[in-house]
Design a protein around this ligand. Structure first.
Ligand code: GTP
Ligand code: ZN
Length: 204
């Protein structure tokens, strides 16, 4: 196993007090975190978000994508339930890294869509690897999840890791004039499932 748990602490947030758990990947040298609220180790399915790092959306308030809004909504829903977890994976830019994502954005400024831009740079459309989720979930004693995602690939990836996905819950939020084309490409080329009814608050 390449993932090593290091330490946990309290993490007070705008949505209440979470616990944060730090992990080190000894092969890639990346640091990953999970945040949890409530008793996630009781064997019942856990409301779970697997969130891929997006510095621009999560920390710099970019509305070019929907990541920041999704992260906020996931924290809000976990807090409303009083129980849940977010695995925050350091796989920026769907696994190509921050600088390559900026290169991809530059190509998108010139007309490429999000998939074409990755391909022009010599990458696949989605280079993410979810295998570390197994170690993180095992450490947290989570075996069954209710997954907050619009991405069917995440459901398949977890099932392949022997994590039981009891339910998939849509996480549709953050649509705005700057990301309409991006979201349409995710639905058309990457298979994301967007509800015709549009965005909704709370459980779907
Ligand atoms: N390469 C690349 N990565 C992007 C782009 N826009 C967002 N990302 C990254 O995409 C990742 C988020 O993936 P998304 O495809 O938006 O959504 P998802 O996580 O697969 O699906 P959901 O669970 O429904 O949110 C983050 O790592 C972002 O940094 C882009 O235009 N190009
Ligand atoms: Zn993003």
């Amino acid at each position: 196993m390449t993932l090593r748990f290091v330490e946990s602490s309290k993490l007070p947030t705008r949505w209440g007090v979470f616990d944060i758990h730090g992990f080190e990947d000894t092969v890639s040298d990346k640091e990953h975190v999970a945040i949890t609220m409530g008793d996630v180790a009781d064997g019942e399915p856990v409301l779970l978000r697997i969130h891929s790092e997006c510095l621009t959306g999560d920390a710099l308030f970019s509305v070019r994508c929907d990541c920041g809004a999704q992260l906020e909504e996931a924290m809000r829903r976990i807090s409303a339930d009083g129980r849940g977890a977010i695995l925050y994976l350091r796989q920026e830019g769907r696994g190509i890294g921050l600088i390559n994502k900026i290169k991809a954005y530059h190509l998108q400024d010139q007309g490429a869509d999000t998939v074409e831009a990755n391909e022009k740079l010599g990458f696949g459309a989605d280079m993410r690897d979810y295998s570390i989720c197994r170690s993180m979930l095992r450490h947290l004693n989570i075996g069954q999840v209710r997954l907050l995602t619009n991405n069917p690939r995440k459901v398949e990836a977890l099932q392949q890791l022997d994590i039981h996905v009891a339910e998939r819950l849509a996480l549709q939020t953050g649509r705005n004039p700057h990301n309409l084309y991006y979201l349409a490409t995710k639905a058309g080329k990457l298979g994301h499932l967007f509800d015709e009814q549009g965005e909704s608050e709370g459980e779907n």
